[in-house]
Ligand binder design. Sequence first.
Ligand code: NAD
Ligand code: PRE
Length: 309
Amino acid sequence: MSVIYQRVALIGLGHIASSMFWGMKASGLADEVTGYARSAETRETAREIGLCDRVCDSAADAVEGADLVVLCVPVGAMGAVARDIAPHLKPGATISDVGSVKRAVIEAVEPHLPESVHFVPAHPLAGTEQSGPASGFAELFHNRWCLLTPARADATEVAKLRRFWKGLGSKVDEMDADRHDLVLAVTSHAPHLIAYTMVGVADDLQRVTENEVIQFSATGFRDFTRIAASDPTMWRDVFLSNKDATLEILGRFTEELFALQRAIRQGDGDHLHDYFTRTRAIRRGIIEAGQDTDAPNFGRGAHSTGRAE
Ligand SMILES: NC(=O)c1ccc[n+]([C@@H]2O[C@H](COP(=O)([O-])OP(=O)(O)OC[C@H]3O[C@@H](n4cnc5c(N)ncnc54)[C@H](O)[C@@H]3O)[C@@H](O)[C@H]2O)c1
Ligand SMILES: O=C(O)C(=O)C[C@]1(C(=O)O)C=C[C@@H](O)C=C1
């Protein structure tokens, strides 16, 4: 891979930024990567582990001369960061972000940006329950989608950012920001809230059963505990920033849950069996379409229908 942006600035040096940095180094996508994080402790850790070619003590220094600036902070902090860096941006630079919500980020960031820069918000659909500067790894984005929701940019700059994310190993697509927020409310935000709730319920119960819940927890529940270990600041901001879509999905979820609850109470086995048959077919369809790269049989007889470039 050849260099796509001479200088890249990462603002916020946590899980996603560190994965981007190691990925850029592995693929040679940038000549120099500068970084800034708000806490002195994070900047110190970054220096110790060699995260970024240059760690700066201010966001202004980090973005000076950068061709690509990526905001990698919690969604609720994006607006304030954009306001702070705006006067220091290089004309012609592309500003992007990795926030899990797109409409709220566009509304918070765009008003601060000078006319002379491009703004191409992005969301890599990849991550783990880890956070912080030491948690990143170069392969995080491999074979994962990265969705771009261009706000103010010409086609050449959007295409350049597409190439950049492809260079990090992602499949890239474009989406309208509102559509993105609704889709992600279904596939990521509501499931996280459900995992948080289930682990909270188990914790309450544990006080009654003294450790049995965790000791004998099955694989499904362990997956819930992994998700529920995700960063509290990040997820607080996601729910507060994607309020309408999340509440819409949770409303539908609650209706379905009540229907299943009634079927159990009334002994309506047909309802339960039909429902589970439908959901099983959905999972199998995803695997057959080759869209679940984690599935044990991925790549065996699977064909891709993705629109990745
Ligand atoms: N973790 C995931 O699974 C995942 C996946 C895709 C997208 N995202 C999005 O990526 C962004 C970063 O998430 P992460 O997982 O890397 O979080 P993280 O907690 O690992 O890192 C966030 C970093 O931002 C810094 N920070 C916080 N407020 C700041 C501010 N005002 N100014 C400067 N730095 C500040 C923190 O010190 C930390 O270094 C979030 O917007 C999140 O929604 C996360
Ligand atoms: O695998 C996980 O731990 C994740 O939660 C990653 C995940 C997701 O829901 O898939 C979480 C939030 C992001 O915005 C993108 C990816």
